[in-house]
Ligand binder design. Sequence first.
Ligand SMILES: Nc1ncnc2c1ncn2[C@@H]1O[C@H](COP(=O)(O)OP(=O)(O)OP(=O)(O)O)[C@@H](O)[C@H]1O
Ligand SMILES: [Mg+2]
Length: 252
Amino acid sequence: MKEVLIKTEDLCKSFIIGKTGVHVLKNLNIEIYKGDFTVIMGSSGSGKSTLLYSLSTMDNPTSGKVELLGKDISKINEHEAGKIRNKDISFIFQGINLLHDLTVYENITYAAMYDRKNKNEIKSRANELLKELDLYDHKEKYPSEVSGGMQQRVAIARAIINNPSVIFGDEPTGALNSSTGKMVLDLLSDINNKGQSIVMVTHDIKSALRANRILYIKDGRIDGELNLEKYSEKNSKERKERLQTFLDQKSW
Ligand SMILES: Nc1ncnc2c1ncn2[C@@H]1O[C@H](COP(=O)(O)OP(=O)(O)OP(=O)(O)O)[C@@H](O)[C@H]1O
Ligand SMILES: [Mg+2]
């Protein structure tokens, strides 16, 4: 039996636009497990980002309950959310916000250095990540001096340097070309193999194939799930065909 990482009970999220309420998440009940690479898919506007925000302390649900790492986060305030974010979780979201007066290297290490004793460990992990993400030769440059794809990779290195137990990603490879996208996915798979949990929203089949479990959202609810564990990564053709069939069934 896998341990539960996130559990929702009748999670609802609505937005008021003008005088009308838009009900994006409707009594959603899910469990996400520790150690899994979970991917959330669904058509544009189906509520994937909204769900990810509610699961990760970034936003509070309108009603219902969300438990993350055994703690009820449905009504937590910014202070409590900040504590969880500093310690246990991190984010790779679209729209990169790097600090523009710090170098690539400083951006990656800045927050990690803040409250950690072992600064040498952080430095060596930073150098490792710089090499893995092909950023090493750019470490002294400022964000404005590197490409958008490199900035995205800097944001990814910054998100994982502290070894968070859960990483939330919203289309983390969306802005990357296929070779740098693969680099990032390899890194996420590697981190997941070491035991860290990943919850990632994506449209991209290649990214989704890294998951062991896929949840599909439609009309504000989970409309189905696919377990890819039994399709070994070695037999990638079978895995891909299974996912493709699942998505073809779900998309209409
Ligand atoms: N802050 C907000 N205020 C009002 N409406 C919102 C807000 N955030 C999201 N919505 C609405 O909720 C719905 C779901 O949006 P969401 O961004 O979660 O979709 P998504 O599945 O992530 O889409 P995409 O694949 O295009 O990123 C949309 O109709 C959107 O307009
Ligand atoms: Mg989205």
